[in-house]
Write a protein that binds this ligand. Sequence first.
Ligand code: HEM
Ligand code: HEM
Length: 293
Amino acid sequence: MTQVGGHHTERVRQRTHEGFLRHKGFRWAQIASLLCLVAIAVYFFVAARLSEPPSGGSWLGYVLGTISAGLIVWLACLGIRKRVITSGHYSLKAWVSAHVYLGLSLVILATLHTGFQFGWNIHTLAYALMMLVIVSGALGIWAYATLPQRLHGNRGETTRKQMLEALESLDKQLHDLALPLDRNGAQIVRLSLEETDLGGSFWKRLTGSYGDCANTRALRQMKALPAPSDPRQAEAVDRIVTVLEQKADVLGLARRQMQITAVLEGWLFVHIPATFALLAALTAHIVSVFTYW
Ligand code: HEM
Ligand code: HEM
């Protein structure tokens, strides 16, 4: 079982380190940097000759706008490219490498296109959506690069399956220990047994907010119980508190692991929808500047 988790982790790590970021000795990082440097040089060379900064409507604005829009459409095609069967995964690696660096270069290219003119309009909406896509992409890179190790560290030697087995065995102990309890005590144990949510919604897993965890509530209530006079019951309560605490520890570990996994997938839930919104806003931007020309 260690294999399954370990294998996945290994794959993600490889994809990052020897994978797309360093592809062909940072070739795409160099191309993207060159593109940005040329754009900056031309922008300030032109700007020095004008009284106003070159706006989106200047010839340079049109060149930069067209390059930026072309890049955005091409970047958005990665989704299609990923789903088309390829001969080897190397070609896809080159695509992702170019995607990351050319995507980042848009911060410079599109900003210079605007001539630093922003307002509450559709043009700036397109710009903001573009930045959202870029920031979420950067978050994805960060997640791929750092989280698999943390998943490894957090897990220690305990795999997902072992955690579930541990929870199951703790639940069984709770069930047996609860037998001598009165109705009130048994009710509390049942709260932990029946109401505890391991994961929950995607949002819950992502934020790790389990303040209302049934096991935590059961633990609190069990500790608050007046000490039973029957020594058999008193001993059962003591042991139940210990087991509930152990269960809380295992739950905490499992939820931390699920949180890491949620971040590893979650950034795409921003990256992809924001891409579609960006394409729509960009279309509106281009149509509107030509309509009101
Ligand atoms: C074919 C591509 C594009 C064309 C033809 C184009 C055209 C223009 C024009 C003519 C302006 C000047 C509008 C004015 O002064 O009122 C402008 C401004 C602007 N463009 Fe573009 N654009 C393109 C791509 C983009 C892209 C990719 C973005 C960013 C995602 C963008 C964001 C903006 C912003 C924020 C402004 C400033 C709006 C303002 O003055 O408030 N444009 N664009
Ligand atoms: C405006 C710019 C961008 C657009 C429109 C865009 C769009 C997309 C799309 C459509 C996908 C395919 C997702 C899928 O179907 O699974 C994708 C994947 C991805 N993007 Fe972007 N992206 C942009 C910029 C960036 C930037 C700047 C970064 C990193 C800094 C980035 C990192 C990634 C990564 C890591 C993937 C996943 C590749 C894989 O699954 O192997 N993106 N992007």
